[in-house]
Write a protein that binds this ligand. Structure first.
Ligand SMILES: [Zn+2]
Length: 397
Protein backbone atom coordinates (compact mmCIF):
# COMPACT_ATOMS: atom_id res chain seq x y z
CA UNK A 1 0.00 0.00 0.00
CA UNK A 2 1.33 3.43 -0.96
CA UNK A 3 1.97 5.64 2.05
CA UNK A 4 1.29 9.38 1.79
CA UNK A 5 4.61 10.35 3.38
CA UNK A 6 6.48 8.40 0.73
CA UNK A 7 5.40 10.80 -2.07
CA UNK A 8 5.21 14.13 -0.09
CA UNK A 9 8.72 15.47 0.83
CA UNK A 10 9.24 16.38 4.43
CA UNK A 11 11.44 19.49 4.26
CA UNK A 12 9.97 22.88 3.31
CA UNK A 13 12.12 23.60 0.14
CA UNK A 14 11.37 20.25 -1.34
CA UNK A 15 7.70 20.80 -0.57
CA UNK A 16 7.68 24.09 -2.52
CA UNK A 17 9.40 22.46 -5.50
CA UNK A 18 6.86 19.63 -5.39
CA UNK A 19 3.97 22.15 -5.40
CA UNK A 20 5.49 23.93 -8.42
CA UNK A 21 5.75 20.65 -10.30
CA UNK A 22 2.12 19.91 -9.44
CA UNK A 23 1.13 23.34 -10.76
CA UNK A 24 2.86 22.65 -14.13
CA UNK A 25 1.15 19.28 -14.39
CA UNK A 26 -2.21 20.91 -13.63
CA UNK A 27 -1.67 23.62 -16.31
CA UNK A 28 -0.64 20.93 -18.83
CA UNK A 29 -3.79 18.91 -18.14
CA UNK A 30 -5.93 22.04 -18.48
CA UNK A 31 -4.31 22.93 -21.84
CA UNK A 32 -4.85 19.42 -23.17
CA UNK A 33 -8.51 19.56 -22.16
CA UNK A 34 -8.99 22.97 -23.88
CA UNK A 35 -7.32 21.74 -27.09
CA UNK A 36 -9.47 18.64 -27.28
CA UNK A 37 -12.67 20.69 -26.80
CA UNK A 38 -11.59 23.18 -29.53
CA UNK A 39 -10.72 20.39 -31.95
CA UNK A 40 -14.11 18.75 -31.44
CA UNK A 41 -15.88 22.02 -32.33
CA UNK A 42 -13.64 23.24 -35.19
CA UNK A 43 -13.99 22.75 -38.94
CA UNK A 44 -11.99 19.53 -38.80
CA UNK A 45 -14.23 18.07 -36.16
CA UNK A 46 -15.27 14.50 -36.70
CA UNK A 47 -18.47 14.05 -38.65
CA UNK A 48 -21.38 14.95 -36.42
CA UNK A 49 -23.15 11.90 -37.75
CA UNK A 50 -20.95 9.68 -35.56
CA UNK A 51 -23.22 10.53 -32.65
CA UNK A 52 -26.45 10.01 -34.61
CA UNK A 53 -28.43 7.07 -33.22
CA UNK A 54 -29.57 4.28 -35.52
CA UNK A 55 -32.80 5.19 -37.30
CA UNK A 56 -35.86 2.98 -37.32
CA UNK A 57 -39.43 3.19 -38.59
CA UNK A 58 -40.60 2.02 -35.17
CA UNK A 59 -39.73 5.43 -33.71
CA UNK A 60 -42.29 7.05 -36.05
CA UNK A 61 -45.24 4.67 -35.88
CA UNK A 62 -47.34 3.16 -33.14
CA UNK A 63 -47.82 -0.55 -32.54
CA UNK A 64 -51.03 -0.54 -34.65
CA UNK A 65 -49.17 0.01 -37.91
CA UNK A 66 -47.53 -3.11 -39.27
CA UNK A 67 -43.86 -2.55 -40.10
CA UNK A 68 -42.15 -4.97 -42.44
CA UNK A 69 -38.55 -5.91 -42.89
CA UNK A 70 -36.61 -8.13 -45.20
CA UNK A 71 -33.03 -8.69 -46.29
CA UNK A 72 -31.25 -9.57 -49.49
CA UNK A 73 -27.50 -10.22 -49.77
CA UNK A 74 -25.86 -6.97 -48.60
CA UNK A 75 -29.12 -5.11 -47.89
CA UNK A 76 -31.56 -4.90 -44.97
CA UNK A 77 -34.92 -3.24 -45.58
CA UNK A 78 -37.52 -1.56 -43.36
CA UNK A 79 -40.79 -0.49 -44.97
CA UNK A 80 -44.55 -0.10 -44.62
CA UNK A 81 -46.75 -2.59 -46.47
CA UNK A 82 -48.23 0.22 -48.59
CA UNK A 83 -44.74 0.92 -49.98
CA UNK A 84 -44.14 -2.63 -51.23
CA UNK A 85 -44.27 -1.40 -54.86
CA UNK A 86 -41.50 1.14 -54.29
CA UNK A 87 -39.46 -1.49 -52.45
CA UNK A 88 -39.47 -3.71 -55.56
CA UNK A 89 -38.40 -0.76 -57.73
CA UNK A 90 -35.51 -0.04 -55.38
CA UNK A 91 -34.40 -3.68 -55.12
CA UNK A 92 -34.33 -3.81 -58.92
CA UNK A 93 -31.86 -0.89 -59.08
CA UNK A 94 -29.65 -1.38 -56.02
CA UNK A 95 -27.01 -3.64 -57.55
CA UNK A 96 -26.80 -1.51 -60.68
CA UNK A 97 -26.21 1.57 -58.51
CA UNK A 98 -23.49 -0.19 -56.54
CA UNK A 99 -21.75 -1.36 -59.73
CA UNK A 100 -21.99 2.17 -61.14
CA UNK A 101 -20.21 3.61 -58.09
CA UNK A 102 -17.51 0.92 -58.13
CA UNK A 103 -16.90 1.42 -61.86
CA UNK A 104 -16.69 5.24 -61.63
CA UNK A 105 -14.32 5.31 -58.66
CA UNK A 106 -12.37 2.26 -59.91
CA UNK A 107 -12.62 0.63 -56.49
CA UNK A 108 -14.50 -2.25 -54.86
CA UNK A 109 -17.59 -1.23 -52.92
CA UNK A 110 -19.05 -4.09 -50.93
CA UNK A 111 -20.41 -2.81 -47.65
CA UNK A 112 -23.62 -3.84 -45.95
CA UNK A 113 -26.30 -1.16 -45.74
CA UNK A 114 -29.77 -0.71 -44.34
CA UNK A 115 -32.48 0.87 -46.45
CA UNK A 116 -35.50 2.46 -44.77
CA UNK A 117 -38.49 3.44 -46.88
CA UNK A 118 -40.54 6.30 -45.43
CA UNK A 119 -43.91 7.12 -47.01
CA UNK A 120 -43.49 10.90 -47.49
CA UNK A 121 -41.40 14.06 -46.91
CA UNK A 122 -43.02 14.63 -43.51
CA UNK A 123 -41.82 11.27 -42.22
CA UNK A 124 -38.37 11.90 -43.68
CA UNK A 125 -38.18 15.27 -41.90
CA UNK A 126 -39.33 13.69 -38.64
CA UNK A 127 -36.56 11.15 -38.95
CA UNK A 128 -33.60 13.35 -39.98
CA UNK A 129 -34.63 17.01 -39.68
CA UNK A 130 -36.35 19.86 -41.54
CA UNK A 131 -33.40 20.37 -43.90
CA UNK A 132 -34.48 17.23 -45.80
CA UNK A 133 -37.78 18.79 -46.94
CA UNK A 134 -36.82 18.68 -50.65
CA UNK A 135 -34.68 15.53 -50.48
CA UNK A 136 -35.58 12.33 -52.25
CA UNK A 137 -33.18 10.26 -50.17
CA UNK A 138 -30.73 10.79 -47.33
CA UNK A 139 -27.72 8.80 -46.13
CA UNK A 140 -26.53 8.48 -42.54
CA UNK A 141 -22.91 7.49 -42.97
CA UNK A 142 -22.15 6.49 -39.39
CA UNK A 143 -24.91 3.88 -39.29
CA UNK A 144 -24.68 3.01 -43.00
CA UNK A 145 -28.37 3.67 -43.48
CA UNK A 146 -30.17 5.09 -46.48
CA UNK A 147 -33.60 6.64 -45.96
CA UNK A 148 -35.77 7.01 -49.06
CA UNK A 149 -38.91 9.14 -49.51
CA UNK A 150 -41.36 6.86 -51.38
CA UNK A 151 -43.63 9.78 -52.27
CA UNK A 152 -40.78 11.42 -54.19
CA UNK A 153 -39.80 8.34 -56.19
CA UNK A 154 -43.17 6.82 -57.04
CA UNK A 155 -43.65 9.01 -60.11
CA UNK A 156 -40.02 8.80 -61.21
CA UNK A 157 -38.60 6.68 -64.00
CA UNK A 158 -36.32 3.76 -63.31
CA UNK A 159 -33.38 5.82 -64.58
CA UNK A 160 -34.01 8.60 -62.03
CA UNK A 161 -34.33 6.05 -59.20
CA UNK A 162 -31.01 4.51 -60.28
CA UNK A 163 -29.43 7.97 -60.24
CA UNK A 164 -30.77 8.73 -56.74
CA UNK A 165 -29.49 5.40 -55.38
CA UNK A 166 -26.08 5.91 -57.04
CA UNK A 167 -25.79 9.39 -55.53
CA UNK A 168 -26.59 8.15 -52.01
CA UNK A 169 -24.28 5.17 -52.34
CA UNK A 170 -21.51 7.55 -53.44
CA UNK A 171 -21.94 9.38 -50.10
CA UNK A 172 -21.64 6.04 -48.30
CA UNK A 173 -18.53 5.16 -50.30
CA UNK A 174 -16.92 8.51 -49.37
CA UNK A 175 -17.74 8.04 -45.69
CA UNK A 176 -15.84 4.75 -45.74
CA UNK A 177 -12.82 5.77 -47.82
CA UNK A 178 -12.16 9.26 -46.39
CA UNK A 179 -10.52 9.37 -42.99
CA UNK A 180 -11.09 13.12 -42.53
CA UNK A 181 -14.23 15.15 -43.21
CA UNK A 182 -14.38 17.27 -46.34
CA UNK A 183 -16.57 20.36 -46.92
CA UNK A 184 -20.19 19.64 -47.73
CA UNK A 185 -19.91 21.26 -51.20
CA UNK A 186 -17.06 18.89 -52.08
CA UNK A 187 -18.88 15.85 -50.71
CA UNK A 188 -21.99 16.69 -52.74
CA UNK A 189 -19.92 17.56 -55.80
CA UNK A 190 -18.16 14.18 -55.77
CA UNK A 191 -21.43 12.31 -55.20
CA UNK A 192 -23.04 14.19 -58.11
CA UNK A 193 -20.00 13.53 -60.32
CA UNK A 194 -20.18 9.79 -59.54
CA UNK A 195 -23.93 9.64 -60.18
CA UNK A 196 -23.74 11.87 -63.27
CA UNK A 197 -26.25 14.29 -61.72
CA UNK A 198 -25.95 17.08 -64.24
CA UNK A 199 -28.90 18.67 -65.96
CA UNK A 200 -28.02 20.68 -69.14
CA UNK A 201 -29.99 23.71 -67.93
CA UNK A 202 -27.72 23.95 -64.85
CA UNK A 203 -25.12 25.51 -67.18
CA UNK A 204 -27.17 28.64 -67.84
CA UNK A 205 -28.46 28.80 -64.23
CA UNK A 206 -24.85 28.92 -63.11
CA UNK A 207 -23.67 31.29 -65.87
CA UNK A 208 -26.43 33.78 -64.98
CA UNK A 209 -25.61 33.53 -61.28
CA UNK A 210 -21.92 34.17 -61.98
CA UNK A 211 -22.67 37.07 -64.35
CA UNK A 212 -25.04 38.68 -61.83
CA UNK A 213 -22.69 38.02 -58.86
CA UNK A 214 -25.38 35.89 -57.22
CA UNK A 215 -23.37 32.75 -56.51
CA UNK A 216 -23.27 31.36 -52.97
CA UNK A 217 -19.76 31.69 -51.45
CA UNK A 218 -18.19 28.27 -50.82
CA UNK A 219 -17.56 29.22 -47.18
CA UNK A 220 -21.37 29.22 -46.73
CA UNK A 221 -21.62 25.67 -48.08
CA UNK A 222 -19.03 24.08 -45.83
CA UNK A 223 -21.26 22.48 -43.25
CA UNK A 224 -24.82 22.89 -44.53
CA UNK A 225 -26.89 23.72 -47.61
CA UNK A 226 -29.71 26.28 -47.97
CA UNK A 227 -33.19 24.95 -47.25
CA UNK A 228 -35.00 27.18 -49.77
CA UNK A 229 -35.53 25.19 -53.01
CA UNK A 230 -33.97 27.62 -55.54
CA UNK A 231 -30.91 28.31 -53.43
CA UNK A 232 -30.57 24.62 -52.70
CA UNK A 233 -30.51 23.88 -56.43
CA UNK A 234 -27.92 26.60 -57.00
CA UNK A 235 -25.83 25.14 -54.15
CA UNK A 236 -25.87 21.71 -55.86
CA UNK A 237 -25.02 23.30 -59.25
CA UNK A 238 -22.05 25.10 -57.74
CA UNK A 239 -20.87 22.03 -55.84
CA UNK A 240 -20.81 19.95 -59.00
CA UNK A 241 -19.23 22.68 -61.09
CA UNK A 242 -16.43 23.52 -58.60
CA UNK A 243 -15.63 19.84 -57.99
CA UNK A 244 -15.55 19.16 -61.73
CA UNK A 245 -13.31 22.22 -62.18
CA UNK A 246 -10.83 20.91 -59.57
CA UNK A 247 -10.77 17.44 -61.15
CA UNK A 248 -10.25 18.84 -64.67
CA UNK A 249 -7.60 21.41 -63.77
CA UNK A 250 -5.56 19.51 -61.19
CA UNK A 251 -6.16 15.82 -61.92
CA UNK A 252 -6.43 15.71 -65.72
CA UNK A 253 -10.16 14.92 -65.42
CA UNK A 254 -9.56 11.69 -63.47
CA UNK A 255 -11.96 11.21 -60.55
CA UNK A 256 -10.16 8.08 -59.20
CA UNK A 257 -6.87 10.04 -59.18
CA UNK A 258 -8.48 12.89 -57.25
CA UNK A 259 -10.07 10.47 -54.75
CA UNK A 260 -6.72 8.73 -54.20
CA UNK A 261 -5.24 12.03 -52.95
CA UNK A 262 -7.90 12.55 -50.26
CA UNK A 263 -8.54 8.91 -49.25
CA UNK A 264 -7.09 6.95 -46.36
CA UNK A 265 -4.81 8.22 -43.61
CA UNK A 266 -2.27 9.56 -46.15
CA UNK A 267 -4.98 11.79 -47.64
CA UNK A 268 -6.07 13.43 -44.36
CA UNK A 269 -4.01 16.61 -44.92
CA UNK A 270 -5.19 16.99 -48.50
CA UNK A 271 -8.82 16.45 -47.48
CA UNK A 272 -8.53 19.08 -44.73
CA UNK A 273 -6.84 21.59 -47.06
CA UNK A 274 -10.26 22.26 -48.65
CA UNK A 275 -11.27 23.91 -45.37
CA UNK A 276 -8.28 26.29 -45.48
CA UNK A 277 -9.22 29.88 -46.22
CA UNK A 278 -6.47 30.68 -48.78
CA UNK A 279 -6.79 27.45 -50.70
CA UNK A 280 -10.58 27.57 -50.85
CA UNK A 281 -10.62 31.24 -51.91
CA UNK A 282 -8.08 30.65 -54.71
CA UNK A 283 -10.11 27.71 -56.05
CA UNK A 284 -13.28 29.80 -55.93
CA UNK A 285 -11.62 32.75 -57.68
CA UNK A 286 -10.26 30.59 -60.53
CA UNK A 287 -13.59 28.81 -60.90
CA UNK A 288 -15.54 32.08 -61.08
CA UNK A 289 -13.09 33.42 -63.67
CA UNK A 290 -13.60 30.36 -65.86
CA UNK A 291 -17.40 30.78 -65.74
CA UNK A 292 -17.59 34.53 -66.09
CA UNK A 293 -18.56 36.65 -69.10
CA UNK A 294 -20.91 36.69 -72.07
CA UNK A 295 -18.90 33.96 -73.83
CA UNK A 296 -19.52 31.57 -70.92
CA UNK A 297 -23.22 32.50 -70.91
CA UNK A 298 -23.62 31.92 -74.66
CA UNK A 299 -21.87 28.55 -74.49
CA UNK A 300 -24.06 27.67 -71.50
CA UNK A 301 -27.24 28.62 -73.39
CA UNK A 302 -26.04 26.64 -76.43
CA UNK A 303 -25.60 23.56 -74.29
CA UNK A 304 -29.27 23.68 -73.27
CA UNK A 305 -30.32 22.31 -76.64
CA UNK A 306 -33.75 23.94 -76.91
CA UNK A 307 -35.19 25.46 -80.17
CA UNK A 308 -35.83 28.99 -78.87
CA UNK A 309 -32.23 29.15 -77.73
CA UNK A 310 -31.07 28.53 -81.31
CA UNK A 311 -33.40 31.28 -82.58
CA UNK A 312 -31.97 33.64 -79.96
CA UNK A 313 -28.41 32.76 -80.87
CA UNK A 314 -29.09 33.23 -84.62
CA UNK A 315 -30.62 36.65 -83.90
CA UNK A 316 -27.59 37.67 -81.87
CA UNK A 317 -25.21 36.47 -84.63
CA UNK A 318 -27.21 38.42 -87.29
CA UNK A 319 -27.21 41.52 -85.12
CA UNK A 320 -23.47 41.30 -84.54
CA UNK A 321 -22.75 40.83 -88.29
CA UNK A 322 -24.92 43.88 -89.20
CA UNK A 323 -23.08 45.96 -86.63
CA UNK A 324 -19.74 44.82 -87.99
CA UNK A 325 -20.75 45.60 -91.60
CA UNK A 326 -21.91 49.11 -90.63
CA UNK A 327 -18.69 49.76 -88.81
CA UNK A 328 -16.68 48.57 -91.83
CA UNK A 329 -18.71 50.84 -94.17
CA UNK A 330 -18.05 53.85 -91.93
CA UNK A 331 -14.36 53.07 -91.96
CA UNK A 332 -14.30 52.96 -95.80
CA UNK A 333 -16.12 56.31 -95.98
CA UNK A 334 -13.67 57.93 -93.61
CA UNK A 335 -10.77 56.59 -95.67
CA UNK A 336 -12.25 57.93 -98.92
CA UNK A 337 -12.75 61.40 -97.40
CA UNK A 338 -9.19 61.38 -96.18
CA UNK A 339 -7.84 60.43 -99.64
CA UNK A 340 -9.95 63.16 -101.29
CA UNK A 341 -8.64 65.74 -98.83
CA UNK A 342 -5.05 64.67 -99.43
CA UNK A 343 -5.51 64.86 -103.19
CA UNK A 344 -6.94 68.36 -102.88
CA UNK A 345 -4.07 69.51 -100.69
CA UNK A 346 -1.51 68.08 -103.08
CA UNK A 347 -3.09 69.80 -106.10
CA UNK A 348 -3.26 73.15 -104.34
CA UNK A 349 0.46 72.96 -103.54
CA UNK A 350 1.59 71.72 -106.95
CA UNK A 351 -0.46 74.11 -109.20
CA UNK A 352 0.85 77.60 -110.31
CA UNK A 353 -1.83 80.33 -109.88
CA UNK A 354 -3.31 81.65 -113.12
CA UNK A 355 -3.67 85.37 -113.80
CA UNK A 356 -7.38 85.23 -113.11
CA UNK A 357 -6.77 83.60 -109.71
CA UNK A 358 -4.20 86.25 -108.72
CA UNK A 359 -6.61 88.99 -109.86
CA UNK A 360 -9.42 87.52 -107.80
CA UNK A 361 -7.16 87.23 -104.77
CA UNK A 362 -6.07 90.87 -105.02
CA UNK A 363 -9.64 92.09 -105.45
CA UNK A 364 -10.72 90.09 -102.47
CA UNK A 365 -8.09 91.83 -100.37
CA UNK A 366 -8.83 95.38 -101.55
CA UNK A 367 -10.34 97.76 -98.92
CA UNK A 368 -13.93 98.74 -99.75
CA UNK A 369 -14.55 102.25 -101.29
CA UNK A 370 -16.61 104.42 -98.95
CA UNK A 371 -17.70 107.56 -100.92
CA UNK A 372 -18.01 106.58 -104.49
CA UNK A 373 -21.36 104.96 -105.05
CA UNK A 374 -20.23 103.50 -108.33
CA UNK A 375 -16.82 101.93 -108.28
CA UNK A 376 -14.41 103.06 -110.98
CA UNK A 377 -13.77 100.62 -113.77
CA UNK A 378 -11.15 98.18 -112.79
CA UNK A 379 -8.20 97.83 -115.01
CA UNK A 380 -7.30 94.44 -116.07
CA UNK A 381 -4.35 92.87 -114.34
CA UNK A 382 -1.41 93.07 -115.04
CA UNK A 383 -1.75 96.64 -116.10
CA UNK A 384 0.14 97.73 -119.13
CA UNK A 385 2.30 100.83 -118.71
CA UNK A 386 0.57 103.98 -120.17
CA UNK A 387 1.58 104.71 -123.70
CA UNK A 388 2.98 108.27 -123.96
CA UNK A 389 1.21 110.52 -126.52
CA UNK A 390 3.11 111.03 -129.74
CA UNK A 391 5.10 114.30 -129.84
CA UNK A 392 3.35 117.19 -131.62
CA UNK A 393 5.07 118.35 -134.84
CA UNK A 394 6.84 121.70 -134.42
CA UNK A 395 6.16 124.63 -136.84
CA UNK A 396 8.97 125.22 -139.12
CA UNK A 397 8.17 128.98 -139.05
ZN1 LIG B 1 -26.04 14.31 -51.74
Amino acid sequence: MLQLHSIVPRDYQACIAFCNRLRYVFVLILLTLCLSVTASQGPFAADSETTVPRKSLSTLYSQDIVLSSTHQRLYEFQYLQKNKGQLNLIIKNLDAARRSVARTVADAFLIRMEIILVPDAKALMQMVGDWAEHSTAVVISSTQQMIINCDAIQTQSSQVILQVLTHEMAHLYLSIRLKAPIPRWLNEGIAMRIAGDWNPHYHSTLAWAVLMHKTIPLRNLESSFPVEANYQQLAYCESYSVTDFIIRKQFAGSLPLFLSTISGTQGINNAQSYFQYDYRESIEYEWLKSNYGVKALVSAILSENTPWVFVLILTIIAWISILRRKRQQRRIWALETQIEQMRHDYESIAKEPTNEEIEEEVLRNLPPEKHSPTPPPIASFPMKPPVPPPPEPKDSE
